[in-house]
Design a protein around this ligand. Sequence first.
Ligand SMILES: [Zn+2]
Length: 235
Amino acid sequence: MSWDDLPQIDLYSDGGAEPNPGKGGFGVILSYKGRIKEFSVGYELTTNNRMELMAVIFGLEKIKTKAKVTVYSDSKYVVDGIKQGWAVGWERDHWIKKKGNLVLNKDLWQRLLDVIDKHDVVFNWVKGHDGHIENERCDQLASNGINSEHKIKDEGYLEYLENIEYYQEQKIEKEGDACRKCETLVVKKSPKKRKLKPGQNYYYEYYLFCPNCKTMYMVEDAKRTIDQQGNSLFE
Ligand SMILES: [Zn+2]
């Protein structure tokens, strides 16, 4: 079967928890040749990021024959984790972060990589709550899940709890580390050029930035000191 013969499927997803962590839900739409299938699932206790991951996994696992799938998610955590190659890197490192701790939500990242392998999958990030019709619909389906009376248990939540304490104590040091506030994976950014203040003998070449909650992290590795001569320019 050649590439062009594969069925082409669009997968839209959204997930969330209220509060975070708290009761959760996700919504998924699968679209194939104009035919649409909708799913809505609720969980007793989970997190935003777990629901965003679960939504994509659930949708992909519903597809029974090899397909070309385009995923649309408003989660930077999910989309960057795949597109920037971080999840593949974690798998290669056997899901162990520094000091022997596990990658956060390892269970779901592993499941996601496994199901991606069965298809040809492309990920797209869409801005949430921005009038994107299918994204809005998925948001509604996720809410239906959160408010449903038949919620199921997120079996991986306990392992998540064991790991999260470690993460909240960690320094943010490099791209792909999890933001302490929202767990989204941070990216490198270059600061706008600005003049040094008189007497300032250092600057940061880059900083780490959470694309979700916009928190900035200054890192020691990016700190550059300026020699006396450079400094004297300001005297
Ligand atoms: Zn964040």
